[in-house]
Design a protein around this ligand. Structure first.
Ligand SMILES: [Zn+2]
Ligand SMILES: [Zn+2]
Length: 202
């Protein structure tokens, strides 16, 4: 295998690590996670299964469906790492290791993890997904996309909305869901107003 040198070996290694995480997250988000949320079932059935602890399914589970979802999400990172091995084998391997450590870390909210204030500031500066952010994706599958980097969230949501709009059936279903949510919100605010009126007149 011929290697591409970027001068210092350390520089090549750092570049390979960074590319595996950055491009791997991009590819995994847009070629696996987003399509699963638009057309798929496997990811919604496993990663977003509310009956299961997500520490269990992300880390402990041996359920073949759960493992398959995890593996398919990891394939893009592995492909990028293989391509980056020409830059630096050690750097590419470190990228995969850091990616795996982030998988474990981002599922620790349930175990009681709370990021300290300085950690939140640091993560926001580098746009790193915190366990608290990923917890948001488990609670509401329509938000907080991007495994490692938060800047993939907005384009991921836009891509999902775009593809749902192309399909009249999905679009009608989404509009119906939105209308129902609006009706619920309106009913809740009416009930609130009625309570206030009753209080004022009594
Ligand atoms: Zn998760
Ligand atoms: Zn998801």
């Amino acid at each position: 295998m011929n290697t591409i040198s970027l001068g210092l070996p350390l520089f090549s290694a750092v570049a390979a690590t960074f590319i595996v995480l950055l491009v791997g997250d991009f590819a995994s988000t847009f070629f696996y996670h987003v399509p699963q949320h638009v057309w798929g079932k496997l990811h919604l059935r496993t990663h977003h299964d509310r009956r299961r602890s997500y520490w269990d399914h992300a880390v402990l589970s041996k359920d073949p469906q759960v493992l398959l979802d995890g593996f398919l999400g990891a394939v893009p990172y592995i492909v990028v790492a293989i391509l980056c091995a020409r830059l630096s084998v050690a750097g590419a391997a470190l990228g995969l290791i850091l990616g795996q450590l982030h998988v474990w870390w981002r599922h620790t909210t349930e175990l009681g993890w709370r990021t300290p204030a300085w950690g939140v500031r640091l993560a926001r500066a580098f746009q790193i997904v915190l366990p608290e952010d990923h917890d948001g994706h488990h609670r509401n599958p329509e938000i907080e996309f991007g495994d490692i980097f938060r800047f993939y969230d907005a384009p991921a949501r836009a891509t999902i909305a775009f593809f749902r709009n192309l399909d009249p059936k999905r679009r009608t279903a989404a509009l119906r869901r939105m209308a129902a949510a609006r009706r619920r919100a309106a009913a809740a605010s009416m009930a609130m107003k009625r309570r206030t009126v009753v209080k004022q007149t009594s």
